[in-house]
Design a protein around this ligand. Structure first.
Ligand SMILES: [Zn+2]
Length: 103
């Protein structure tokens, strides 16, 4: 029988190891950027959320930041520059800090 490969991180055989999956889940997935609109105003764009999470988070962010915004095509657009505030709000909503990237 061939020797089993052991994961150096968790000590489990490679076939039982979930480190790669955990890495993926912990990887940055929410991106917060700002964009100029065609009316020369700034909006904050949050991408990386999908489905119900997108709609729900858009609603929560608008409430927390008291600003207007929309959720469409997989992104949340908020009126104004709220990059840092959005990050704080997302953490408040339960998203891990590590998963939020400010660009
Ligand atoms: Zn492992």
């Amino acid at each position: 029988m061939a020797e089993q490969e052991i994961c150096p991180r968790c000590g489990l055989p490679k076939e039982l190891c979930v480190c790669d999956i955990l890495d993926k889940e912990g990887a940055k997935r929410i991106k917060v950027t700002t964009q100029k609109t065609k009316f020369n105003k700034v909006m904050t764009v949050v991408s990386g959320l999908v489905g119900d999470e997108l709609e729900k988070t858009a609603k929560d962010l608008k409430r927390i930041l008291s600003c207007g915004g929309t959720a469409k095509n997989g992104i949340i657009e908020l009126q104004g520059d709220h990059k840092e505030a959005v990050k704080k709000a997302l953490i408040q909503l339960g998203y891990p800090e590590d998963s939020i990237e400010i660009a």
